[in-house]
Design a protein around this ligand. Structure first.
Ligand code: PMP
Length: 316
């Protein structure tokens, strides 16, 4: 199988071939999970020549907030981080959809799980990526693993070490023949998926867990709210009981990777009639029309990059 990795990465301040972007096994972030990352999608525009990066400034902002949680010190602003990502995208000049993975990490080779007195680095790589989950209807289970509480590991940031929590839940879901896990919080309320936020629809109202409910501050979640408000769909952020999962009319996951993925069943119980519902479908259509450049209503959410293969080696 051809590697989905694109040719160039950003590493230690320069654009280098992906294969040369290597770190030591003793790196603090490798040993202790002291890293923070972003996952950003770039979609090939309907014109076939432009990559539309979805909500790049917001992803850069959240990454810098996650870095703050790790007390990382880096010379990047939201703007310069976004510019670095765009330069790397131009160097790679992809001809299909891409997933962009910027990563801030404690690069020192040092024992002791701590945050200060260590060096920080930024690395970025990119890969081609299609659908992460089937967007038409996935099987979900409620995981026996609870979502890591914010006062154990900050759950609103995208911190590398906390993804052990996601991996345990996803593993359990796959072990049970499902596609994705739903994690409850420490109080037994519904938090989110292993790598996505979760929405329910009950009596025409869109419901999701509050931002203080041990969830990642999802950028697609925010987008779904905006789309829904503009479309006149009532929305509410509130705690969700587990039993509401079983009586909801519709449910869907959302996130950069999963996009908007309808949930067909939860713990073997069909959601609604088991088929995608009208609210989820409408929001999904709005998202896909936006990212492909077919609708210009939300064009301000796109960083449009024209990609042409550069001649010669990329500038550092
Ligand atoms: N929750 C978790 C745990 C995630 O990893 C993700 C993916 N980044 C999300 C929610 C969705 O966030 P976003 O819409 O910003 O991608």
């Amino acid at each position: 199988m051809a590697s989905p990795m694109l040719e160039y990465a950003f590493f230690e301040g320069r654009i280098v071939p992906f294969a040369e972007a290597k770190i030591s096994i003793g790196t603090h972030a490798v040993q202790y999970g002291t890293g923070a990352f972003a996952g950003v999608r770039g979609y090939l525009d309907a014109d076939g020549e432009t990559i539309n990066i979805f909500r790049l400034p917001e992803h850069c902002g959240r990454l810098l907030n996650s870095a703050k949680l790790l007390r990382a010190e880096l010379p990047f602003t939201r703007e310069s981080l976004a510019e670095t990502i765009v330069s790397l995208l131009k160097a790679n000049a992809p001809t299909s959809d891409v997933y962009i993975r910027p990563f801030i990490y404690k690069s020192s080779i040092q024992l002791t799980p701590r945050l200060q007195g260590l060096n920080d680095e930024l690395a970025i790589y990119m890969l081609t990526l299609g659908d992460y989950l089937d967007t038409g209807g996935v099987k979900a289970i409620v995981s026996s693993w609870i979502r890591v509480p914010d006062h154990a590991i900050p759950s609103r940031g995208k911190l590398s070490g906390s993804y052990i929590n996601s991996a345990l839940a996803k593993d359990e879901a796959e072990e049970k023949g499902a596609d994705e896990a739903i994690l409850l919080d420490q109080h037994g309320h519904v938090a989110e998926g292993s790598a996505c936020n979760l929405f329910l629809v009950r009596d025409g109202t869109l419901i999701t867990a509050p931002i203080t409910g041990d969830i990642l501050e999802g950028i697609t979640r925010r987008t779904v709210f905006q789309f829904a408000q503009d479309a006149g769909i009532p929305t509410v952020e509130r705690t969700i009981d587990r039993s509401e999962l079983y009586i909801a009319d519709e449910a869907f996951f959302c996130g950069t990777g999963v996009q908007i993925a309808q949930i067909a069943s939860i713990d073997g119980r069909p959601v609604g009639d088991g088929r995608p519902g009208p609210v989820g479908l409408q929001l999904q259509q709005m998202l896909f029309d936006t990212v492909r450049g077919r609708s210009t209503t939300y064009a301000h959410h796109l960083t449009k990059v024209r990609v042409e293969k550069p001649v010669g080696a990329p500038a550092g």
